[in-house]
Design a protein around this ligand. Structure first.
Ligand code: CP
Length: 346
């Protein structure tokens, strides 16, 4: 079968899944959290391919597979597995030892699922925005592929959505004011979680404000476009703001993330003095006091007193730990859905 003609359902982005299917995943995740999770992966396995470090993702996927009766194999290409080539037609006389065309197809003969974490290389956004590593696995794999964070982080989206539903005690988050705020970090970070937060918050029909220091920090047009599409379909709204006070005013949710400004991608020197001017974007008690007793969260890892203060992190309104726990449950729901023989459309 041609790799491009594959009928396999992957979990690459939530935007590829219908709202009804996402709701099924979230309901199953909530059930996994309440009850014993079952044995949907009994006799099955997942390869977890990490090109970048992780604490939560690796732990929650490994344990989630185990708790469903399955087995996880962790591979780190370039460390404990061969470095992989993704370009087609390349004369492979450099550092890469095998091609994704072989890697993905061989892994798919061994395992039932493949998870991939591959951050941008931070040199050329026009290349990184193609998500070539994830798409390479999806193209050649004959088993479902799960995005464990590349230029989006859909598993984090589900964990975040579940935590918000739990906090507000309802599946209907329409009308909530949701602030996605950029925060300072000494390094220019991946936009993945910000892209994902924008995507899922608009998908759930919230009134979303993207708060960032300058227009240069607005996210890639692909994700801004998804957000506009979601608003058109789900209701809610999308606003870009560079004003802290009005953005926080009356907010029900504050979600923080740092990211590098895309116009400086690969040429980060001139971005640093700009970013350094906006250390005051830190989430602190004074800003949270402007909100409607907002809940605060972050994907973690988080540098305390850089992105958010100790007081915010230790507040009962911080649900970052709950969101992190939810990674375990939502990923079990995703893995179970993807290995279900006749359940791919459920
Ligand atoms: N939030 C998240 O993906 O954490 P890790 O980078 O530790 O996996």
């Amino acid at each position: 079968m041609s790799p491009t003609a594959s009928p396999i359902r992957h979990f690459l982005n939530t935007q590829d899944w219908s709202r009804a299917d996402l709701d099924v995943l979230l309901a199953e995740a909530a059930r996994c959290k309440r009850e014993k999770p079952g044995d949907a992966l009994k006799g099955k396995s997942i390869a977890l391919v990490f090109f970048n470090p992780s604490m939560r993702t690796r732990t929650s996927f490994e344990l989630g597979a185990f708790q469903l009766g399955g087995h996880a194999v962790v591979l780190q290409p370039g460390k404990d597995a061969w470095p992989i080539e993704f370009d087609l037609g390349t004369v492979m006389d450099g550092d890469t030892e095998e091609h994704i065309a072989e890697v993905a197809r061989v892994l798919a003969r061994y395992v039932d699922l493949i998870g991939v974490r591959a951050f941008p290389k931070f040199v050329d956004w026009q290349i990184d925005r193609q998500d070539r590593v994830l798409k390479g696995f999806a193209k050649y794999s004959t088993v479902p592929v799960i995005n464990m964070e590349t230029i989006t982080h859909p598993c984090q989206e589900l964990a975040h959505a579940l935590a918000l539903r739990e906090h507000f005690g309802t599946e209907d988050l329409r009308g909530k004011k949701y602030v996605l705020t950029w925060t300072y970090h000494p390094k220019p970070l991946n936009t993945a979680v910000a892209n994902s937060a924008l995507t899922i918050a608009t998908r759930l029909g919230m009134n979303v404000t993207l708060l960032c220091p300058t227009p240069e920090y607005v996210l890639d047009e692909r994700y801004m476009g998804w957000a506009r599409d979601n608003v058109a379909e789900s209701g809610g709204s999308l606003t870009v703001s560079h004003d802290i006070e009005s953005a926080y005013a009356g907010a029900d949710v504050v979600y923080a993330k740092s990211w590098g400004a895309l116009p400086y991608f690969g040429n980060w020197g001139p971005e640093k003095p700009i970013r350094d001017q906006y250390r005051h974007f830190i989430v602190d008690e004074a800003k949270m006091a402007l909100t409607n007793s907002a809940v605060f969260s972050h994907c973690l890892p988080l540098r305390r007193n850089v992105k958010a203060t100790d007081a915010v992190m230790d507040s009962p309104r911080c649900i970052a730990i709950e969101e992190a726990e939810n990674r375990l449950h939502v990923q079990k729901a995703v893995m179970a859905a993807l290995v279900r023989p006749h359940g791919r459309d459920s």
